[in-house]
Structure formats: C-alpha cells, structure tokens
Design a protein around this ligand. Structure first.
Ligand SMILES: [Zn+2]
Length: 286
C-alpha cells in the first residue's frame, strides 16, 4: 500500500520509533529492502535518487518497485516511494506522475531565501497530488566532496531558522545537520543532540537524519528521542552488497551465474536492513 511519507513519519514520531528510508537503483536491492520490511512487518520508505533514475530509467525503477512491493507479504505494508535529494524542480511533475509519493527537495546549498522559495513551490506542486515533501536546512556534507574537512559549526541547522523555514514553506518533514554526514568520514563531529531537540521543539515536524549508516544503536535511540522519525540509509547497503559479492567470488572463483553472485549480495543487503529496522524500533509497526 503506497502512501505519502508524511503519514508514515507522523505515526513514527507519535509512537517513538523511526522508519528507514533505504536507497535502491536495481532489482536485487529493491527485493532486499521489500523482503526485509515484510519479514519485520515494518513500514518502509524506498529512496530513489536522481542519479539512480539516470542509471535505471524513471519508469523502469518505479515500475520495478511497484511490482516487487505489491507481491506477497509486503502488499499491506505502508510504503512511500521517495525522491532522494531532488534538485531539478522542473522534473518533479514528471516524477509525481510516475508514482513518487514523496519528494525531497534539496536546495540546502542555496541561500536561505532560495531554499525556502523552492521548497514552498515544491510543497504547492506536491499538495495537488497528495504527495508529501521533505526539505533540508543546514547542509549534510558528503565524504567524497568535502575531502574529509568540514567546518561543522557553519553547516549545522539553526533551530530558530528551522522554525521560520517550516512556517514559511509548510514542508512535511525536515532533514537536519547536527554533525551527521553522507558516506564514511575519517573525522566525525560529535552529534549535537541538544541542537536536535531544540529544532524538534521549534519546527514541530518529523525530522530526518541523512548519513546515518554508521550510527551505533545508542545514538539512533537518542536521535529518535530527540524527534527523528526517519534515517536515510544508502552507504551501508552498498557496502553489504559489494562485500557480499566479493566474499562469494573469493569462495567461488569459477562461478559465472549472475543470479548466484548477485543473489548472495541481495541476501547480505536484506540482513543489513533487518538489523537497521530492529534498531529503528519499527518492527511490527507496519
Ligand atoms: Zn542524503
């Protein structure tokens, strides 16, 4: 059952758990995500980035997700299909028509006024189709772009600005920067939980943390208590998939059946996701 992320996140916030938003760009990862949610009876957000659309094709990846998610145990679970880090507003109508139930507009690298205005435009567009919107305020850095050096103090989300942003844009959920980062950083900042709690209190919308792949369980719990209703998980799935395949080929160097090789990677990704769902506390909530 496909729903806007808004409903899934509000239920999570109200009941003290978080829902994983897992990225896919292919059949095996999609199956791993959906199977893990079905095993754990968990609500689910499936993330597709603009680069994944470029890789797989818009209709191919959306149709694939719909077909996989409408089969078997998963078909009664609340599932949102979410555009991750959408930067091309002009394509949003096409994406919504194709079946996304949630759009993340990422104008976080722009000045405040432009971010707010683009987010507001996206909300107005999405509302017409019952689609929900996530925006980002502050900037969650990328390991590959920033070469490991980040002035954390300058990019973290300002709680008062977050309040203003949500009031101005009417956005449904907000991705925040509190020391989290995409990919694996050598030097991490401490997570600023006091800032997180302030943002949650003032902005009054479900908060989202990106770059949460390597957060230990106690930090995840603290983040959920601080108002986080969703974690975006991509890197650790890539690692599980690739390491699974490396391991399989090391043990079976003569194997050439892609189904066995990719199937082993798929199994590793599913286990990784099941573990995350347990930590997020969304088991049995679907
Ligand atoms: Zn992200």
């Amino acid at each position: 059952m496909f729903l806007p992320a808004k409903k899934i996140l509000q239920d999570a916030l109200k009941n003290g758990y978080a829902v994983g938003a897992f990225n896919t760009s292919n059949l095996e990862t999609t199956q791993a995500i959906v199977n893990a949610a079905a095993v754990k009876k968990s609500p689910l957000i499936i993330n597709i980035s603009e680069s994944a659309i470029k890789y797989a094709g818009l209709l191919a990846i959306i149709s694939l997700i719909k077909l996989v998610a409408e089969q078997g145990q998963a078909k009664n679970l609340p599932i949102a299909i979410q555009l991750d880090h959408g930067k091309n507003f002009d394509k949003f109508p096409l994406f919504i028509k194709a079946g996304f139930t949630s759009i993340m507009i990422d104008a976080s690298r722009m000045p405040y006024a432009e971010n707010a205005s683009l987010t507001k435009k996206t909300v107005e567009l999405a509302r017409k189709s019952g689609v929900s919107v996530q925006a980002e305020l502050g900037a969650v850095p990328y390991a590959d772009e920033e070469s490991g050096f980040v002035s954390w103090g300058k990019i973290m989300t300002d709680p008062n600005l977050a309040k203003k942003f949500v009031e101005e844009t009417k956005v449904d959920s907000l991705a925040v920067a509190i020391g989290n980062a995409h990919g694996f950083f050598k030097e991490r900042s401490d997570l600023d939980f006091e800032r997180l709690r302030k943002i949650s209190k003032l902005a009054k919308v479900p908060l989202v943390l990106h770059g949460a792949s390597d957060f230990p369980a106690d930090r995840i719990k603290e983040a959920i208590e601080g108002g986080v209703a969703s974690f975006h998980i991509d890197t650790s799935l890539r690692v599980a998939f690739t390491e699974g395949i490396r391991e399989f080929l090391a043990e079976n160097p003569a194997e050439y059946d892609p189904r066995l090789i990719l199937g082993y990677g798929r199994q590793k990704v599913q286990k990784e996701i099941e573990g995350k769902i347990e930590i997020f506390g969304s088991t049995g909530k679907g």
